[in-house]
Design a protein around this ligand. Structure first.
Ligand code: NI
Length: 255
């Protein structure tokens, strides 16, 4: 069984067959999905999806790519969206220094802090996006010691993982762990204790081998679970149980 801790079924890549894909997931062993908003439109749609499908929960937030739209009005709208009981997290939020065309770093940090503060006030966990911004991300996480969450699509070193674990965060593993050239993330998987691992698609992106390059969907997480079971020397069932327990714990979903 699978609980996808990070998906974007609101993405236009699913416009042609979204309902078919989602309706099919349960038969493929998917018992839960956390759909994460990236834009404000995505956040709204994420909430709609969690109203329509019993197994979908939502996170609302604005990705660093759109950091320049984050202001007090937007924070108010996010706060309103969290009134629906299946909104269980603020995300995805964070820093992305990879693309030059992304908003200025100071603008990204401001948007990140405003949304971390919202999570603190609402006592909700956060879904963190960190690309090429490990040190600045860590600095801001440390400013909010009451907040925990998941470092989605973890891409840092073992040392960085240790710092995030110390702060109480979970580590999210995507299809990247199945890629032939994956070395760093395999080392991280060895290090992260069973009670802190999460599995995720980040669909439509990041499909694991053997579906690399295709549109991703939650049932493909079975390949990620297989790989983690191999790395950690545990059974598939143990990895399934741990990852489901962990995400339910984080999102306060009854077990
Ligand atoms: Ni994402």
């Amino acid at each position: 069984m699978i609980f996808d801790s990070h998906a974007h079924y609101d993405d236009e890549a699913f416009n042609v067959d979204r309902d078919d894909v989602l309706l099919g997931l349960k038969d493929k062993g998917v018992i839960g999905v956390l759909n994460c908003g990236a834009s404000i439109e995505g956040a709204r749609m994420s909430v709609e999806l969690s109203k329509k499908y019993d197994f979908i929960y939502s996170a609302v937030g604005v990705h660093p790519e759109y950091a320049d739209i984050v202001n007090d009005d937007l924070i108010c709208e996010l706060r309103d969206l969290t009134r629906f009981h299946k909104v269980r997290a603020i995300g995805e939020i964070g820093l992305d220094y990879f693309y030059d065309e992304n908003p200025d770093r100071e603008i990204q940090k401001r948007a990140f802090r405003l949304q971390m503060e919202l999570a603190r006030q609402l006592k909700l966990p956060v879904v963190i996006h960190d690309r090429d911004a490990h040190m600045d991300t860590l600095e801001i996480l440390k400013e909010f010691p009451q907040v925990i969450g998941t470092i989605h699509c973890f891409s840092g070193s073992v040392e960085f993982a240790r710092e995030c674990l110390k702060l109480g965060y979970y580590i999210g593993f995507t299809g990247v762990i199945t890629f032939k050239n994956a070395k760093k993330i395999v080392e991280v998987a060895k290090e992260v204790p069973m009670d802190r691992i999460l599995v995720e698609t980040d669909c439509p992106y990041m499909a694991p081998v053997p579906n690399r390059g295709k549109r991703n969907e939650s049932d493909y997480i079975k390949y990620i679970i297989e790989k983690i079971s191999e790395i950690k020397g545990k059974s598939i069932e143990e990895i399934e149980c741990a990852t489901i327990f962990n995400i339910k714990q984080l999102l306060k979903i009854p077990k």
